[in-house]
Every structure is written in C-alpha cells, then in structure tokens.
Design a protein around this ligand. Structure first.
Ligand code: HEC
Length: 150
C-alpha cells in the first residue's frame, strides 16, 4: 500500500515535470503583460515585507553583478537588458526589458531581488535562489539598476 502510493506519486511527478517545463517554452496565446504582472508573487517570501538591500552600490558590487549577469542572465535579457538575448527572442512572455523595469521608483530593490530569487511563474524566468548566494543576487539587483536608461 505504502509502496504503491509512493510509486503513484513518483509517476505523477515524472508525468508532470516535462509538462511544467514545456509550459515555459511554448508560445501560447499572447500574455497581457500588465495582467500577468498582477499575478506575480510580489511578496510571497516575506508576508508582505520586502527585504532591504544590504549591499550598497559600489564599483566592486557592480563589477561582480556584471559578471554574474553575463553568466546567468544575458542569454535571455540581452547585453543591455532589453530582453533581446538570443534565448529570449522566442519566449512568451518575453524577458522583461530591464532598461525599463529598473527605473527608480517603479520596483523596490527587494521586489527585484524576490523575482530573481523565486523566478516568475508562468514565464521562463528561472528561480536563482538555489543557484546563486544571497549576496550574488543583491549584486545583480545593483547591477541591473545600472541598466536603466532614462
Ligand atoms: C531563460 C530566460 C531567462 C533567464 C536566464 C533570466 N531571465 Fe529574467 N526574465 C525572463 C522572463 C521571460 C521574464 C518576464 C517575466 C514576465 O514578464 O512575467 C523575466 C523577468 C525578470 C525580472 C522581472 C522584471 C519585471 O519587472 O518584470 C527580473 C528582475 C529579471 N528577470 C532578472 C533576471 C536576472 C537578474 C537574471 C539572471 C540572474 C535573469 N533574469 C535570467 C527570462 C529569463
């Protein structure tokens, strides 16, 4: 009984995983960006409280962030963050244009940090929580702020 239950769970995970993975890639109906953003987990990790950025922007932080960006983000978000990286072109919703979304006053650092950490459900934006350290994710927040084009 125990065993077959476990087996059933394993099977359903095996069946579901490719479907979940496929979702992110399949260009389905066009997603209305504003609607889509409303459903994003703005404060899921913190019960409404956004974390404060513990790392001041400095040349060192920006240099670290730039390197991490090149290694982890550029492929989708593109060299200037415009969402035009080689792997980003076919995605729906497309990678966020970070030269717009990092405008001061639009999103708090803590919000950008949570999106980088948790990913964005219903899109190809991966969760970097287990891939990058907390400090690395904050360096990325500092770096993508510098991509903002007034
Ligand atoms: C596989 C492609 C892919 C990679 C790699 C990727 N992203 Fe994204 N990212 C996306 C997509 C697609 C969205 C758009 C989600 C949406 O519109 O709902 C997004 C959204 C975001 C957002 C939300 C911005 C906003 O206001 O909508 C931030 C911040 C972000 N990405 C930062 C990063 C950072 C930093 C990295 C690297 C650590 C990264 N992304 C790597 C695809 C990617």
């Amino acid at each position: 009984m125990q065993l077959s239950l476990r087996r059933a769970i394993q099977m359903s995970i095996l069946v579901c995983l490719p479907v979940l993975a496929g979702c992110a890639e399949t260009p389905a109906a066009t997603v209305d960006h504003s609607q889509h953003m409303m459903t994003m987990p703005a404060d899921s990790a913190t019960n409404g409280e956004l974390p404060d950025n513990p790392i001041p922007t400095s040349d060192d932080s920006l240099a670290t962030g730039a390197l991490l960006y090149e290694q982890n983000c550029l492929v989708c978000h593109g060299p200037q963050g415009r969402g035009d990286g080689p792997a980003g072109l076919a995605l729906n919703p497309p990678p966020a244009d970070l030269s717009i979304h990092t405008e001061p006053g639009v999103h708090l650092d803590g919000q950008l940090y949570l999106w980088i950490s948790e990913g964005v459900p219903g899109s190809a934006m991966p969760a970097f929580e287990t891939l990058l350290t907390e400090d690395e994710r904050w360096h990325l927040v500092n770096y993508i702020r510098s991509l903002y084009q007034p």
